[in-house]
Design a binder for this molecule. Structure first.
Ligand code: 4NP
Length: 152
């Protein structure tokens, strides 16, 4: 799960996805990072922590980090929040196999071209909107994984 700062959106995506993996008993790992590393080592934005807790998800032990080049190999799927994250990551690698892993998270089920808007300069309701977008798409992603594990 990748956004710009790894303090607002991608920590929520990580926490929500972990909760879905638990819910469906899926044996996968999930992590998050920012295309930028200015917030390295920081806890998530207090508004993300609060909104997650409102929904029973505790993200307070996460620490921000920058996306590293070996992440392209370490993960099978790289979900980004917006088109700027998408182009930044694509510029960092020329390998087609890496490019194939990166996509907008809101395109995970159907190609919508939608972005998860950056709530950093917004208010709590903007964080709530981000939460509900991510909750909906992470549910879809998890259900796809359930489906795939049934077939294999
Ligand atoms: P995020 O939000 O990418 O969802 O973590 C942001 C957090 C911090 C900044 C920008 C976006 N910043 O400019 O510091």
């Amino acid at each position: 799960m990748v956004c710009l700062g790894n303090i607002c959106r991608s920590p929520l995506a990580e926490g929500i996805m972990k909760a879905k993996l638990d819910k469906y008993n899926l044996p996968y790992t999930v992590d998050s990072a920012g295309t930028g590393n200015w917030h390295e080592g920081e806890t998530p934005d207090h508004r993300s922590v609060k909104i997650a807790l409102e929904n029973g998800v505790d993200i307070s032990s996460q620490r921000a980090r920058g996306f590293k080049s070996d992440d392209f190999d370490r993960f099978d799927h790289i979900y980004v929040m917006d088109k700027s994250n998408l182009s930044t990551l694509k510029e960092r690698t020329s390998e087609a196999s890496h490019h194939a892993k990166i996509r907008l998270i809101m395109d995970a089920k159907h190609k919508t071209g939608k972005e998860v808007p950056d709530p950093y300069y917004g208010n709590l309701n903007d964080f709530r909107d981000v939460y509900s977008m991510l909750d909906e798409i992470c549910e879809e992603i998890a259900l796809d994984f359930v489906e795939k594990s049934r077939k294999s």
